[in-house]
Write a protein that binds this ligand. Structure first.
Ligand code: CP
Ligand code: NVA
Length: 299
């Protein structure tokens, strides 16, 4: 049976580490210039209902490096669910290509696509999760800190898709995750109920105290642009800035999934500072994407 990658919860702990192992190997091969055309002649269809820099470029580049090909279908192209049903799109694509990656507004769209398609479907971000991002972030933390077992991760800001995938990661892998959001912007309750290692607080100082990793995301996600001005006021105390970071552990690292709104959720000084690993993190999107595609097609 084919496997999909719609949620972090689609994987077991063992499978997550298998993908990390593969990511490491693919990254080493890429750095050494060793060819690794493991998906030769395979085609990936990429459906984007929203904009993207990292997800689009890393999936497309990844497919090229693996010997395959990627087709970009932007918001004006497939229009799944409008020109035809999501299921019909899934059935059509299954007759032509080997893999689908979809960035959608509503989680159900990517679920319906996976149900109708006979090929693996990857969630490239929806309203509920951003699983590819969190796989990349956890891999990056292990690269920098050696393990997830001893680190305390603080997530500050909106309890959104990225935050939910982080919680799913903590449920499966058991790392300590301190989340600070403004009241009313907490993450998904069902996800919270599944993790024993999440501390949900509304105080950014409490979350950052003794943290090894401080992570943030935009205050208004794609599709929430009309709320952006109001959110700027509500989220102000959750800004990742030098003063707040004084509470973190000595060798703390700062992460952001990007795009960043400098001066809002994170200051220029912090993102450019010596504790920031945001561009190493962004680089790893390429390596993790490749591993996820290879892994799904091997199942
Ligand atoms: N982090 C991330 O998914 O970036 P894009 O929105 O640019 O793809
Ligand atoms: N939470 C953000 C993540 C962007 C990668 C969004 O959904 O826009």
């Amino acid at each position: 049976m084919k496997s999909d990658f719609i949620s972090i919860f689609n994987l077991t702990k063992q499978e997550i580490f298998e993908i990390f192992e593969l990511t490491k190997k693919l990254k080493e091969s890429q750095k050494k210039g060793i060819q690794h055309k493991m998906l030769k002649d395979k085609t990936l269809a990429m459906i984007f209902e929203k904009p993207s820099l990292r997800t689009r470029v890393t999936f497309e580049t990844g497919m090229t490096q693996l010997g395959g090909h990627a087709i970009y279908l932007g918001p004006g192209d497939a229009k799944i669910g409008a020109r035809e049903t999501v299921a019909d799109a899934g059935k059509n694509l299954s007759r032509w290509v080997d893999l689908i990656m979809a960035r959608v507004f509503v989680h159900k769209t990517v679920e319906d696509l996976a149900k109708s398609a006979t090929i693996p479907v990857i969630n490239g971000l929806c309203d509920l999760e951003h699983p590819c991002q969190i796989m990349c972030d956890l891999f990056t933390i292990i690269e920098k800190k050696g393990s997830l077992d001893t680190v305390v991760i603080a997530y500050l800001g909106d309890g959104n898709n990225v935050c939910n995938s982080f919680i799913a990661g903590s449920a499966l892998l058991g790392f300590q995750l301190n989340i600070a959001t403004p009241k009313g912007y907490e993450p998904n309750k069902e996800y919270l109920a599944k993790s024993k290692t999440v501390a949900l607080v509304n105080d950014p100082k409490k979350a950052v105290t003794h943290a090894d990793i401080v992570y943030t995301d935009v205050w208004a996600s794609m599709g929430q642009e009309t709320e952006a001005e109001a959110r700027k006021e509500i989220f102000k105390p959750f800004q990742v800035n030098s003063q707040l970071l004084e509470l973190a552990n000595k060798n703390y690292l700062v992460m952001h999934c990007l795009p960043a709104h400098r001066g809002e959720e994170i200051t220029d000084e912090v993102i450019e500072g010596k504790h920031s690993i945001v561009f190493d993190q962004a680089e790893n999107r390429l390596h993790i994407q490749k591993a996820i595609m290879v892994w799904l097609l091997k199942q």
